[in-house]
Ligand binder design. Structure first.
Ligand code: ADP
Ligand code: MG
Length: 264
């Protein structure tokens, strides 16, 4: 049985601010499934990603998030990561003198030590083998591991580093928030190829994107549309095609019509 990420009636906003952003999100993502979360700007997609990873700038006011039945909201961000959640596109800033390979080895060692204080970490030859295998799988030049972390990385190289980090940490559920600014087509493809090659029976993904074109590269099992802090529509891949044709305006109109009915 695969692991399930279950979001139940989640309400959240910015810490110290009364206006709600998430207003009852329900969503279930199983290991092995790719879900796309779409919606117009400002609908709350990134807020959901931030809440899932425990960003302290956000406050949960109601609802729950369970991973494999365990309360995620009670865990520190590093515990969430150890439990198998991964949020892409949260890479550390440039660290002078630390290569990407060393950074990833330390990340693995920190996780092993948290599980077992006696652990001496991953033996270097085993780590090197693992890196070679993952980089080949992702079609990443092996010299990339020797680059200093994020120092002079192009947009595409940052994405590549993030995808490699995801491959090495082997999450059970990965949440990828496609920040909307300046993502060129190459960077988009790197992310999409990474998701396609890493998702499988062992990994599920929640791919958050404003852009329909992301779905030219990733074939989701389910598509959800978020509007005003709720998932207002869910469907199969055909829903993405509807969005591509009609944009988001019809969602807005339907939502306004519904609000009128409710106020009667
Ligand atoms: P999306 O990712 O769908 O574009 P966001 O979750 O980024 O939407 O934002 C949803 C709403 O919450 C927006 O109105 C945004 O301005 C507000 N918001 C999100 N994060 C913050 C924050 N840290 N401080 C203030 N307002 C925020
Ligand atoms: Mg966003």
């Amino acid at each position: 049985m695969g692991v399930t990420l279950e979001i139940r009636d989640l309400h959240a906003g910015v810490e110290g601010d009364d206006s709600p952003i998430l207003q009852g999100v329900d969503l279930i993502v199983r290991q092995g499934e790719i879900h796309a979360l779409m919606g117009p700007n400002g609908s709350g997609k990134s807020t959901l990603a931030n809440v899932l990873m425990g960003n302290p700038a956000y406050e949960v006011t109601a609802g729950e998030v369970l991973l494999d039945g365990e309360d995620v909201l009670d865990m520190e961000p590093d515990e969430r990561s150890r439990a198998g959640l991964f949020l892409a596109f949260q890479y550390p800033v440039a660290i002078p003198g630390v290569t990407l390979g060393n950074f990833l080895r330390h990340a693995i060692n920190a996780r092993m030590k948290a599980d077992d204080p006696e652990s001496k970490g991953i033996p270097i030859p085993r780590f090197a083998r693992m890196m070679r295998q993952k980089m080949s799988q992702l079609h990443i030049d092996h010299a990339f591991a020797g680059r200093y972390l994020n120092e002079g990385f192009s947009g595409g190289e940052k994405k590549r580093a993030e995808v490699l980090q995801m491959a090495v940490l082997e999450p059970r559920i990965a949440v990828l928030d496609e920040t909307d600014s300046g993502l060129d087509i190459d960077a988009l493809r790197i992310v999409a190829d990474g998701v396609n090659s890493l998702t499988g029976p062992d990994m599920g993904a929640l791919v958050i994107t404003h852009y329909q074109r992301m779905l030219d590269y990733i074939k989701p099992d389910r598509v959800h549309v978020m509007f005003a802090g709720r998932i207002v529509q869910s469907g199969g891949p055909e829903l993405a095609l509807t969005l591509e044709e009609k944009g988001y305006e019809w969602i807005r109109e339907e939502h306004a019509a519904l609000a009128r009915t409710e106020s009667l």
